[in-house]
Write a new protein. Sequence first.
Length: 761
Amino acid sequence: MTSSSDILNARILVVDDRKGNVELLHGMLSSAGYTSIACTMNPREVCDLHRTNRYDLILLDLMMPGMDGFQVMECLREIESEAGYESGFQVQSQGERTALPVLVITAQPQHKERALQAGAKGFITKPFDRLQMLTHIHDVLEIRQLQKQLQKFAVRSEGVPEEKIFPRETGDLFDQLAGNLPQVFWIWDVHDKTFRYINPEWEKMTGQRVGRGDRLETIFEPVHPEDMERVLREAADLPLGGVDHDYRLLLPDMSIRWVHLRTFPIKDSAGVHRIVGVMDDITQRKQADQQLLQVSHYDALTHLPNRVLFYESLRKVIKQSEMNHRIVSVLFLDIDNFKNINDTLGFALGDELLREFSLRLLECLRVTDIVARIGGDEFGCILVSADDLGNAGLVASKIREALRQPFDLQGHQVTVTASIGISVYPIDSVDADTLVKNGDTAMYRSKTAGRDTYRFFTPEMNVRAIEKLDQENALRKALDRDEFVLHYQPKVDLSGGWVTGMEALLRWKRPEHGVVGPLEFIPALEQTGLITQVGAWVIESVCRQIAEWRHAGIGEIPVSVNVSGRQFSRGTLNQDVIRATQANGIQPALLEFELQTERALRENSIDSDLLELELTESSLMTHAKKTVSILQRLKVLGIQISIDDFGTGYSSLSYVKRFPIDVLKIDRSFIQEITTNSADAAITTAIIDMAHSLHVRVVAEGVETAEQFDFLKGRGCDEVQGFYLSPPLPANEISQLLLSGNRRLKPTLCRPNAGESACSS
Ligand code: C2E
Ligand code: MG
Ligand code: MG
């Protein structure tokens, strides 16, 4: 039997790089009565200390600088093998041979599984729970003491004639020791292949009676059928020395217990004559392992494999396919506009949608395919097929088709689409990471192609993806490096040819790329959210420019500025302003744009009606309600509002009534063929008439020829803008232009139909 003084005198080593933890653990242990506690904050000393002191228990932190807990366990394992024992932490010290328990200190559940594999006996979880920790330590030390005593017994009895051991020992010391062990313990005779002893724990665990004289096979009877073959195969090694393995028992009540069996030989002068077996019930640990595996490999919401398992599976599938020359397709899916659903219906229904979506996906695939949730609204599928390249495309179409049916989310009918990217092993890559990356690239290509579609990866996409990344990185620095400039394009009134104002158009002087036009980088500014800062810079620069022209004696020049819808919906206001505005029921993100605009006007003493904001139809229509209220407030400030590129979007004049619009700009695509295409001519004429009936001014964009100019003049269009009159020019050239003449632009500034470059010469 173990005594509590044996336990309290056990040699314990605490290893943690944090002084606070060491002191805390030391304090808890000594206040519980432990007398022999050593501590170190240096993981590198642990093995040397253990060699000298042979601890009974080591409490080991996992995350330590220089050498982590896993490395320490590795080194402890080496000490064991130096001592001649291969498995587990078995320590030999002057005839004693027992398992050195290591309890791992960790706050991270994902480390537990690895720690168990590395040989840890259990865990002390941070933050420390005093009672739980002390109970755990006590139990571990009690087992350790019992093992030590049994060990001594086994050593003492070596070479002693059998009848002198068992008849005498059974019933007294031996029985007390072995009978009180919390593990199954048995002694088996190598020569007559029967049990010499088996403690009552076996019957308690299995309900099966095994006693002296029974054959070894009897304890294998309850082995789970699926583990039977392996267990019997490994048991064949038993007479040679030791087995050390886990397996399942299937008990009469059909419950399953996991056991760990370790055996070791007892030798006399003639060699091995006894085998001692110790069997632990490790069901709880296995269940914990399973739970850990579940947590670390499966997504809690959809129960699908998570990103970790997706990668592991993909690597495995690729390895198998290397051998049997199969094709593996990786499908990367992203739910389109998922954020909107979350924003409008709330997270609970967003989660519900993800669950339902995952079920639909599963329905579209074969049982052998793998579906995983890779991130928020991103899913991945792995399809294996013999040689059918088209399979992935078919599956993608099937998924799109399956999504046509709306989801019923607690009464809300929601239809979603997905953008899908496909990459194929071994065509696009032979390694998992690149396949996933390529699939992701192809998925983004589906998004930019208008969503609700799929794309196979092509190498050209990679070049584009890298370029895009480079561009984004360069854009992040462009504002600080003063690489943006504004060009100004005059607008002219058709009745007299007078300059009525300018449109400010953004240019990016990108090093090594020359002057880059806005169509090439505005989408990236919008996607990255940089448009907020760049847009603010544009408004500020324009206001400064208006002030400069005034100071230069040129006069008050109205300037229109293009505004992206995203500028209304993103904000980086400081917290004080957000709080203050929310208290007044005002949406801060909207307000930021207004504040910036108002500040720019005020600081440059500009009349607000000199500033005009150009918005496209689509940015007016997204978040229309929100936009109306911002525009109304901007109008109150006196700012002019125009609809840009009219005719390319919804082409409905109805919102001219809803929004406080001053100007309508007819898109260049109508003007281009206005003199040759009767439909374009009719539409343009109708737009001009309707706009006038709503008291809205009309500007025609992209006028390139005298014929177009004359046509528009004949139809009563108010203003024109285009290369025919002037290309967009740097501010100083505009200054010269305006200072030189009477501000009447003659249609001779540029050659008709010659494009922007020819115009600026
Ligand atoms: P937009 O607002 O419709 O601007 C007119 C575009 O037509 C300009 O292209 C201008 O250079 C071009 N253009 C003018 N006259 C003619 C012509 O006679 N023929 C032809 N073929 N083109 C003509 P740009 O400067 O490349 O700007 C393209 C678009 O980029 C703009 O279209 C506008 O939507 C956007 N953009 C420009 N600057 C900004 C900005 O500061 N912020 C935002 N959000 N968007 C901007
Ligand atoms: Mg514009
Ligand atoms: Mg336009």
